[in-house]
Design a protein around this ligand. Sequence first.
Ligand code: SF4
Ligand code: SF4
Ligand code: SF4
Length: 320
Amino acid sequence: MTQSDTDPFFVFEITPSCNFECIYCYNGCRDNTENPEKQLNLTRIEKLFDKITSTNNIDSITIAGGEPLLHKDLFNVISYFKNKGIKTGIASNGSLLTEEVVSRLVTSGVSYFDVSLDTLDEEIHYKLTGNRDLGSIKKAITYIKKSPAVLTISTIISKLNLESIARVIDFSFAFSVDHLSLNRFTPSGIGEGNRELLQVEKIDLLNLLEMVENKSAQYHYPINISLPLENCLIPHKNFPSLNFGSCVCGVKKWVIDPMGNLRICEQNPEILGSLFDRDFQALSTMAAVLNFREDDFRGSCPSCEKYENCGGGCRFIRDR
Ligand code: SF4
Ligand code: SF4
Ligand code: SF4
């Protein structure tokens, strides 16, 4: 099968288990214990992806969680994807990425990492994640940078770490991190209950973007604003150095949960159905997907001249 632009890109949440307790976590089913009943083992994962790849090309897949390093079969799953010719990445909180683990992951077939880093201040890191060991994450970043893998640092934009983001940019630039992605806080999952504490006011967001724009221009360092900010709310033309993302969930990007169910996006808990029971084609063309995509923000998206660049913004946030 030849690759095409419409081939799906999957985020596979391999486990709900996590060793962090982030107060912004979108994952409502996060589990701070290790419960094998709530995830698939290697045999089932192979069965699932044998079925999906029998009718779909998959060019690349991001393995996320929870914390993917907590799945006991992770290395074998990565080798399985490698044998299938699928490019594999890991989205991790970084705490378990020792030098040896990074090296094993890369040898098994991981070609890119996405590591969360919201602040370089230990206390703020603790408030946001419940974890005190920021040092392990910084070390993980240096180990990945020594490997051939591509590294993205992902940073949440919230009230608690707003003042920290300038230092995260400086750090990322100093360590030649390949990509830096800033994502506005999304009030979903566990994060929904912490909205007051975390959600940034528009004026603060604009001030932040100004600072980010200046640093990006000064360093010649492209910075991604990955979770879309609607062009009609935040004019993108005012921030020419920044790369604004658009929403591709339900078109290009899909999420597979730890039990093999298909969802439209990470933030959206709605399950379309089990990929063991039904084909991807059938699930991905359900009315729920079409409604989600065709939802018309402010009644003006279809005729908006910025639609191509904006994509209609985040369908999940705007409903809340
Ligand atoms: S955001 Fe990620 S690292 Fe934090 S608790 Fe949720 S799954 Fe774990
Ligand atoms: S496409 Fe929709 S969300 Fe985007 S700028 Fe236009 S009206 Fe706003
Ligand atoms: S709906 Fe929002 S959170 Fe989900 S993929 Fe689209 S932009 Fe991202």
